[in-house]
Design a protein around this ligand. Structure first.
Ligand code: ADP
Ligand code: TRP
Length: 324
């Protein structure tokens, strides 16, 4: 099975992203043919600083390599290094109805957020995403809920193309993680842990031990003393129990038993220690990659070469079928 997903070059990832999404990708690599890329062309559709983009792309590459993408198992590259993404996008523009694009939730939201810069790229974004997916004849696309609508549009575009010009594309399906791990914000356990809520609400995959300790010790907890899983009455403690369980592979019931009458402070100290341990390999790998920029660029270059072979061959088929 071929699996593909794109990564926005937007900085830090937190344990919510990791436990809810990236961990599944890493596991998928073992048994499938995976394609992962940094979607720099997509990032041009909202305001950005050109002088910062290269740095952000490199940073994203390092972050995801450190998180576990294995360039020997998966094809890993930068979208703009494989020109077929933009090329196919034009062809699919002629297949996709404007009405379908106008209905996309992300377009509606982003065009409200960036009122002064509603460029055509923002509207056509899902066509580029469909090109990313269809170029590699992808079967499954692991994405967050907000991107499912785009994957469905890619499916519709594939079907339309195949009907009109003859079969080239595979109809892809979105893959939403089954475990449904949902990590809540440390300072507000009723909200989802998110980059947009600021660094005090999340633990980054690369936070230093001291910072992890500080953030966990000051995580909002509930009144009372019991360490008990009860997301309605005790959302703070329940969130910490959930994190503890996911990173140690221990059942919540066991953790409740162990910390039953030990108080919040000891429980938090223990969780902080486990997190520090769990995240140590990520910190180490990132530091190592930061000092090996050339290796990272070379890895991305090799990845683009492998991707181009598949993308180029699909593009040949498309042109032929479309009469060019
Ligand atoms: P953020 O809200 O931090 O910007 P994104 O929306 O970029 O995160 O999400 C990237 C991926 O991480 C998605 O697949 C999403 O489902 C997953 N994810 C994000 N936040 C969480 C969370 N708090 N718990 C579990 N998964 C999450
Ligand atoms: N649009 C996706 C996001 O915002 C990133 C992305 C670009 C992507 N191309 C893709 C995801 C193709 C899956 C498949 O997260």
């Amino acid at each position: 099975m071929r699996i593909l997903s794109g990564i926005q070059p937007t900085g830090a990832i937190h344990i919510g992203n990791y436990l809810g999404a990236i961990k599944q990708w890493i596991e998928l690599q073992e048994k499938n043919e995976c394609v992962f890329f940094i979607s720099d062309l997509h990032s041009l559709t909202i305001p950005y600083k050109p002088e910062e983009l290269k740095e952000k792309i490199l940073e994203a590459a390092i972050i995801y390599l450190a998180a576990g993408i294995n360039p020997e198992k998966s094809i890993f590259f930068v979208q703009s290094h494989v020109k077929e993404h933009a090329e196919l996008s034009w062809f699919l523009n002629t297949v996709c109805p404007v009405g379908d694009l106008m209905r996309m939730t992300q377009y509606k939201e982003k065009s409200k957020e960036f009122k002064k810069d509603i460029n055509a790229g923002l509207l056509n974004y899902p066509i580029l995403m469909a090109s990313d997916i269809l170029l590699y004849k992808t079967d499954k696309v692991p994405v967050g809920k907000d991107q499912v609508q785009h994957v469905e549009l890619a499916r519709t575009i594939a079907r339309k193309f195949n009907q009109r010009f003859g079969k080239v594309f595979v109809e892809p399906e979105a893959l939403i993680s089954k475990s449904g791990a949902k990590i809540m914000a440390l300072d507000n356990p009723k909200k989802k842990m998110s980059k947009s809520l600021g660094p005090q609400n999340y633990i980054s995959l690369f936070d230093e031990p001291e910072l992890i300790k500080k953030k966990i010790m000051s995580a909002l907890t509930d009144t009372g003393k019991n360490i008990k899983y009860d997301p309605v009455k005790k959302p703070g403690i329940s969130n910490l129990l959930n994190i503890f369980s996911l990173i140690t592979d221990r059942e919540i019931k066991n953790l409740e038993k162990e910390f039953k009458s030990k108080g919040y402070s000891l429980f938090k100290k223990s969780l902080a220690d486990s997190l520090i341990n769990f995240l140590e390999p990520f910190r180490r790998k990132k530091k190592e990659l930061l000092s090996r920029e050339l290796y990272v660029y070379e890895t991305l270059k090799q990845g683009a070469k492998r991707a181009q072979i598949i993308a180029g061959s699909t593009m040949e088929e498309v042109k032929k079928k479309m009469g060019l």
